[in-house]
Design a protein around this ligand. Structure first.
Ligand code: AMP
Length: 191
Protein backbone atom coordinates (compact mmCIF):
# COMPACT_ATOMS: atom_id res chain seq x y z
CA UNK A 1 0.00 0.00 0.00
CA UNK A 2 1.34 3.45 -0.96
CA UNK A 3 -0.10 6.56 0.64
CA UNK A 4 0.38 10.32 0.79
CA UNK A 5 0.04 12.35 3.99
CA UNK A 6 -1.11 15.80 2.95
CA UNK A 7 -1.46 18.81 5.22
CA UNK A 8 -0.04 22.19 6.21
CA UNK A 9 3.33 22.45 7.99
CA UNK A 10 3.03 21.32 11.59
CA UNK A 11 -0.02 19.12 10.92
CA UNK A 12 1.76 16.05 12.29
CA UNK A 13 2.54 14.26 9.02
CA UNK A 14 5.99 13.18 10.22
CA UNK A 15 4.67 11.94 13.57
CA UNK A 16 1.93 9.88 11.96
CA UNK A 17 4.30 8.57 9.29
CA UNK A 18 6.57 7.35 12.08
CA UNK A 19 3.67 5.40 13.68
CA UNK A 20 2.94 3.77 10.31
CA UNK A 21 6.61 2.80 9.96
CA UNK A 22 6.68 1.27 13.45
CA UNK A 23 3.35 -0.49 13.33
CA UNK A 24 2.97 -1.47 9.70
CA UNK A 25 6.54 -1.66 8.45
CA UNK A 26 5.90 0.98 5.82
CA UNK A 27 8.70 3.12 4.35
CA UNK A 28 8.61 6.87 5.10
CA UNK A 29 9.77 9.09 2.25
CA UNK A 30 10.02 12.64 3.61
CA UNK A 31 11.43 15.13 1.10
CA UNK A 32 11.97 17.57 4.00
CA UNK A 33 14.22 14.99 5.73
CA UNK A 34 16.02 14.26 2.44
CA UNK A 35 16.65 17.95 1.85
CA UNK A 36 17.87 18.49 5.43
CA UNK A 37 20.27 15.55 4.96
CA UNK A 38 21.47 17.02 1.66
CA UNK A 39 22.29 20.36 3.25
CA UNK A 40 24.34 18.87 6.07
CA UNK A 41 26.25 16.71 3.57
CA UNK A 42 27.76 19.89 2.09
CA UNK A 43 26.82 19.01 -1.50
CA UNK A 44 26.23 21.70 -4.12
CA UNK A 45 22.53 20.92 -4.05
CA UNK A 46 22.51 21.24 -0.27
CA UNK A 47 23.93 24.74 -0.48
CA UNK A 48 21.37 25.78 -3.08
CA UNK A 49 18.39 24.60 -1.03
CA UNK A 50 19.48 25.78 2.42
CA UNK A 51 18.43 29.41 2.07
CA UNK A 52 15.17 28.54 0.30
CA UNK A 53 14.20 26.14 3.09
CA UNK A 54 15.14 28.47 5.94
CA UNK A 55 12.85 31.14 4.56
CA UNK A 56 10.02 28.65 4.21
CA UNK A 57 9.78 28.67 0.42
CA UNK A 58 9.49 25.60 -1.77
CA UNK A 59 12.54 23.99 -3.32
CA UNK A 60 12.28 23.47 -7.12
CA UNK A 61 10.24 20.58 -8.48
CA UNK A 62 13.29 19.35 -10.38
CA UNK A 63 15.30 18.85 -7.19
CA UNK A 64 12.60 17.15 -5.11
CA UNK A 65 11.40 14.93 -7.96
CA UNK A 66 15.04 13.89 -8.48
CA UNK A 67 15.34 12.95 -4.79
CA UNK A 68 12.14 10.91 -4.83
CA UNK A 69 13.09 9.18 -8.10
CA UNK A 70 16.43 8.14 -6.57
CA UNK A 71 14.72 6.67 -3.49
CA UNK A 72 12.08 4.82 -5.47
CA UNK A 73 14.71 3.35 -7.77
CA UNK A 74 16.79 2.10 -4.84
CA UNK A 75 13.87 0.81 -2.75
CA UNK A 76 11.42 -0.95 -4.99
CA UNK A 77 9.51 -2.77 -2.26
CA UNK A 78 6.49 -0.45 -2.13
CA UNK A 79 4.63 0.35 1.09
CA UNK A 80 5.61 4.00 0.79
CA UNK A 81 4.36 6.87 2.90
CA UNK A 82 4.95 10.10 1.02
CA UNK A 83 5.39 12.75 3.71
CA UNK A 84 5.64 16.35 2.48
CA UNK A 85 5.65 15.20 -1.15
CA UNK A 86 4.07 16.00 -3.54
CA UNK A 87 3.65 19.71 -2.79
CA UNK A 88 2.85 20.96 -6.33
CA UNK A 89 0.87 19.71 -9.32
CA UNK A 90 4.01 18.88 -11.38
CA UNK A 91 5.27 16.84 -8.42
CA UNK A 92 1.94 14.99 -8.21
CA UNK A 93 2.06 14.20 -11.94
CA UNK A 94 5.67 13.03 -11.64
CA UNK A 95 4.79 10.78 -8.69
CA UNK A 96 1.95 9.21 -10.67
CA UNK A 97 4.34 8.50 -13.56
CA UNK A 98 7.08 7.10 -11.29
CA UNK A 99 4.67 4.75 -9.52
CA UNK A 100 3.18 3.62 -12.83
CA UNK A 101 6.68 2.85 -14.14
CA UNK A 102 7.20 0.62 -11.09
CA UNK A 103 3.84 -1.08 -11.51
CA UNK A 104 2.67 0.49 -8.23
CA UNK A 105 -0.42 2.56 -7.48
CA UNK A 106 -1.40 5.16 -4.94
CA UNK A 107 -3.96 3.70 -2.54
CA UNK A 108 -4.90 6.67 -0.39
CA UNK A 109 -4.24 10.35 0.06
CA UNK A 110 -4.92 11.37 3.63
CA UNK A 111 -5.58 15.08 4.04
CA UNK A 112 -5.12 16.32 7.61
CA UNK A 113 -7.53 19.05 8.57
CA UNK A 114 -5.95 21.48 11.06
CA UNK A 115 -6.19 25.04 12.31
CA UNK A 116 -3.50 27.43 10.97
CA UNK A 117 -3.01 29.41 14.18
CA UNK A 118 -2.59 26.18 16.10
CA UNK A 119 0.07 25.09 13.58
CA UNK A 120 2.08 28.28 14.12
CA UNK A 121 1.89 27.78 17.89
CA UNK A 122 2.84 24.11 17.48
CA UNK A 123 6.03 24.69 15.45
CA UNK A 124 7.14 27.66 17.59
CA UNK A 125 6.70 25.39 20.59
CA UNK A 126 8.61 22.59 18.80
CA UNK A 127 11.53 25.01 18.36
CA UNK A 128 11.41 26.06 22.03
CA UNK A 129 11.39 22.42 23.16
CA UNK A 130 14.34 21.58 20.91
CA UNK A 131 16.27 24.52 22.36
CA UNK A 132 15.40 23.57 25.95
CA UNK A 133 16.67 20.05 25.27
CA UNK A 134 19.99 21.46 24.05
CA UNK A 135 19.28 20.80 20.35
CA UNK A 136 19.34 23.30 17.49
CA UNK A 137 15.78 23.98 16.35
CA UNK A 138 14.87 23.96 12.66
CA UNK A 139 15.62 27.39 11.19
CA UNK A 140 12.16 27.40 9.58
CA UNK A 141 10.28 26.70 12.82
CA UNK A 142 9.72 30.41 13.49
CA UNK A 143 6.48 32.40 13.40
CA UNK A 144 7.86 34.37 10.44
CA UNK A 145 8.94 31.39 8.30
CA UNK A 146 5.65 29.69 9.18
CA UNK A 147 3.73 32.51 7.46
CA UNK A 148 5.71 31.79 4.27
CA UNK A 149 5.31 28.02 4.67
CA UNK A 150 1.55 28.36 5.14
CA UNK A 151 1.29 30.64 2.10
CA UNK A 152 3.23 28.10 0.02
CA UNK A 153 0.82 25.43 1.24
CA UNK A 154 -2.28 27.37 0.19
CA UNK A 155 -0.79 28.61 -3.08
CA UNK A 156 0.81 25.42 -4.40
CA UNK A 157 -0.07 22.40 -2.28
CA UNK A 158 -3.73 22.77 -1.39
CA UNK A 159 -4.65 22.42 -5.10
CA UNK A 160 -3.67 18.77 -4.70
CA UNK A 161 -6.80 18.26 -2.61
CA UNK A 162 -8.96 18.79 -5.70
CA UNK A 163 -6.52 16.81 -7.84
CA UNK A 164 -6.73 13.70 -5.67
CA UNK A 165 -10.41 14.15 -4.89
CA UNK A 166 -11.05 13.97 -8.64
CA UNK A 167 -9.03 10.74 -8.77
CA UNK A 168 -11.14 9.28 -5.94
CA UNK A 169 -8.22 8.69 -3.60
CA UNK A 170 -8.72 11.53 -1.09
CA UNK A 171 -9.84 11.03 2.52
CA UNK A 172 -9.98 13.65 5.27
CA UNK A 173 -8.95 13.13 8.88
CA UNK A 174 -9.29 15.57 11.76
CA UNK A 175 -5.69 16.48 12.59
CA UNK A 176 -6.57 18.51 15.69
CA UNK A 177 -7.11 15.53 18.01
CA UNK A 178 -4.49 13.82 20.16
CA UNK A 179 -1.77 11.81 18.40
CA UNK A 180 -3.67 8.61 19.23
CA UNK A 181 -6.96 9.99 17.93
CA UNK A 182 -5.34 11.03 14.65
CA UNK A 183 -3.63 7.64 14.43
CA UNK A 184 -6.99 5.91 14.86
CA UNK A 185 -8.59 8.12 12.23
CA UNK A 186 -5.82 7.24 9.75
CA UNK A 187 -6.19 3.54 10.57
CA UNK A 188 -9.89 3.94 9.85
CA UNK A 189 -9.03 5.09 6.33
CA UNK A 190 -6.41 2.43 5.67
CA UNK A 191 -8.13 -0.67 7.12
P1 AMP B 1 9.03 19.71 5.74
O1 AMP B 1 10.03 19.00 6.59
O2 AMP B 1 8.17 18.77 4.94
O3 AMP B 1 8.24 20.73 6.51
O4 AMP B 1 9.87 20.53 4.65
C1 AMP B 1 10.76 21.55 5.02
C2 AMP B 1 11.10 22.42 3.83
O5 AMP B 1 11.74 21.62 2.82
C3 AMP B 1 9.93 23.05 3.11
O6 AMP B 1 9.50 24.25 3.73
C4 AMP B 1 10.53 23.30 1.73
O7 AMP B 1 11.43 24.38 1.74
C5 AMP B 1 11.34 22.04 1.53
N1 AMP B 1 10.54 20.94 0.93
C6 AMP B 1 10.22 19.75 1.50
N2 AMP B 1 9.49 18.98 0.68
C7 AMP B 1 9.32 19.71 -0.45
C8 AMP B 1 8.63 19.49 -1.67
N3 AMP B 1 7.96 18.34 -1.89
N4 AMP B 1 8.66 20.48 -2.61
C9 AMP B 1 9.34 21.62 -2.40
N5 AMP B 1 9.99 21.91 -1.27
C10 AMP B 1 9.99 20.97 -0.30
Amino acid sequence: MNIILLGPPGAGKGTQAQFLVEERGMVQLSTGDMLRAARTSGTEMGKIVADVMDRGNLVTDEIVIGLIREKLESDKAGGFIFDGFPRTLPQADALGDLLAEMGETLHAVIAMKVDDDAMVARVVNRAAEAKAAGNTPRADDTAEAMQTRLKAYYKDTSTLIGYYHAKGTLSWVDGMGSMDEVKAAIAGVLD
